[in-house]
Design a protein. Structure first.
Length: 344
C-alpha cells in the first residue's frame, strides 16, 4: 500500500485510524483520544481485521495511560483495567485483540510507578504494532515459496495491509511473490455482507498494480471448476492450536470445501498472535452482527420488512481442509501446531 496511507498510527496521545467504512471512495482518518472511542471504532468496524484490532486495542490502553493525570500507580492500574474491559468487549472472535490487551496489561502490572506504567504501556503498544509489520513481512517471505509463477489465487475478505499494522498476511504473501517477479492473478471474493473484498482488497491490490479481478462469493466454485484457481489464500481471526481449526470471515469454509473437492491447495496466512493455545472449539464465540448488514446494501434495503436474518461474521474451517498454515515462524500443517512452542 502507498506509504502515506496508514491503517493506524500513534501520534503523541492520539490514535489515528484510517476509516475503512469510507473506502474505497474516501480516505478519511479518525483521530481518537480515549479507549472508549477506540472500542467504538473497533465495534463499528472503522478498523477491522484481526491483527489491526489487536494493535488498536493496545493503543487504546496507551491512550488511557497517556491521558490519565494520576500519580498513583494503583489508580492508574485501575483506570487501565476499566479500559481493558471496555476494549475486550468490542468484538469477540479475533484472538489478537485479547492477546494484545493481555500483553499491554502485563507490562503495566510489572511497572513500579505510575510514570513507569505510562512509559511501558505506550512502548508495549508500539512494539505490538511494529512486531505485526515485521511478522507479516516474514509471513510473506515464508509464504511466497509456495507461490508459483502463473498462479491464480483466490482470496476472501481482506487480509491485507488494512487488516494489520501494515503489509498484510494473505495479501502479504501475494505482495512478496509479486515483488519476486512471479506473475500472479488474484481473484477477490466480494465478501458479503460487509464487502471487505470488493471495497478493500481490490483497492489495496490495484494501488500496487497487482492484477486482480472481483467476483461475487457464489462464483468461486464455478471458477474452481473451470480450472481458473490454482491456490486459495486467506487470513484468520483465530486458529486453534489444540485441533487446527481455522476461524475466519464467513464464506471461508465454502471456499475450503470447494478447494478440497477440486484438489486446490488451501493456504492460511496468519501471525502466531492469531493462534489460540488455550481454547477448544466449544469455547470460541462466533460474533453475530446486526441483521441490517444483510438487509441493506450501502444504505438501501434489499429484503422485505419482517424477514428474519442470521448474520454470523465468521465460520470454522476444519483442519482436514487446510493444506498449510503460514506463520512468521514457519509453514505448518494444522495438526503440527499443537506443542510446537509457537506462542507469540
Ligand atoms: O470482520 P472483519 O473484517 O474484521 O474480518 C476480517 C477477517 O476475517 C480477516 O480475514 C482476518 O481478520 C485476517 S486479517 C489479516
Amino acid at each position: 500500500m502507498r506509504s502515506e496511507v496508514r491503517t493506524i498510527r500513534w501520534i503523541d496521545g492520539v490514535v489515528e485510524i484510517l476509516d475503512q467504512r469510507k473506502l474505497p471512495h474516501q480516505i478519511k482518518y479518525l483521530r481518537l483520544k480515549t479507549a472508549r472511542s477506540v472500542a467504538k471504532a473497533i465495534k463499528d468496524m472503522a478498523i477491522r481485521g484481526a491483527p489491526a484490532i489487536g494493535v488498536a486495542a493496545a493503543m487504546g490502553l496507551a491512550l488511557t495511560a497517556y491521558h490519565a493525570r494520576t500519580k498513583s500507580r494503583e489508580k492508574l492500574l485501575e483506570k487501565l483495567r476499566q479500559s481493558y474491559e471496555i476494549l475486550r468487549s468490542s468484538r469477540p472472535t479475533a484472538v489478537n485483540l485479547f492477546w494484545a490487551l493481555d500483553r499491554v496489561m502485563k507490562a503495566a502490572e510489572e511497572a513500579g510507578s505510575a510514570e513507569e506504567i505510562r512509559i511501558r504501556v505506550i512502548r508495549e503498544a508500539l512494539k505490538i504494532a511494529e512486531g505485526d509489520v515485521e511478522a507479516n513481512k516474514k509471513i510473506g517471505e515464508n509464504g511466497a515459496k509456495l507461490i508459483e509463477d502463473g498462479d491464480k489465487i483466490l482470496t476472501h475478505c481482506n487480509a491485507g495491509a488494512l487488516a494489520t499494522a501494515g503489509y498484510g498476511t494473505a495479501l502479504g504473501v501475494i505482495r512478496a511473490a509479486y515483488s519476486q517477479g512471479k506473475r500472479i492473478m488474484v481473484y477477490a471474493c466480494e465478501t458479503r455482507p460487509r464487502l471487505q473484498g470488493a471495497k478493500l482488497t481490490t483497492w489495496e491490490l490495484m494501488m500496487e498494480g497487482i492484477p486482480v479481478k472481483l467476483i461475487t462469493d457464489n462464483m468461486a466454485a464455478f471458477l474452481m471448476q473451470r480450472g481458473e484457481v490454482t491456490k486459495v489464500i486467506v487470513g484468520a481471526d483465530r486458529i486453534l492450536a489444540k485441533t487446527g481449526h481455522v476461524i475466519n470471515k464467513i464464506g471461508t469454509l465454502s471456499h475450503a470445501i470447494c478447494a478440497k473437492y477440486y484438489d486446490i491447495p488451501f493456504l492460511v496466512a496468519a501471525p502466531t498472535s492469531t493462534i489460540d493455545f488455550e481454547k477448544t472449539l466449544e469455547e470460541v464465540v462466533i460474533e453475530e452482527r446486526d441483521p441490517r448488514e444483510v438487509l441493506y446494501i450501502d444504505g438501501r434495503r434489499i429484503a422485505p420488512e419482517g424477514i428474519e436474518v442470521w448474520n454470523p461474521a465468521f465460520d470454522i474451517t476444519p483442519p482436514e481442509l487446510v493444506t498449510y498454515i503460514i506463520t512468521e515462524k514457519g509453514v505448518f500443517k494444522p495438526e503440527e501446531l499443537r506443542g510446537l512452542g509457537l506462542r507469540a
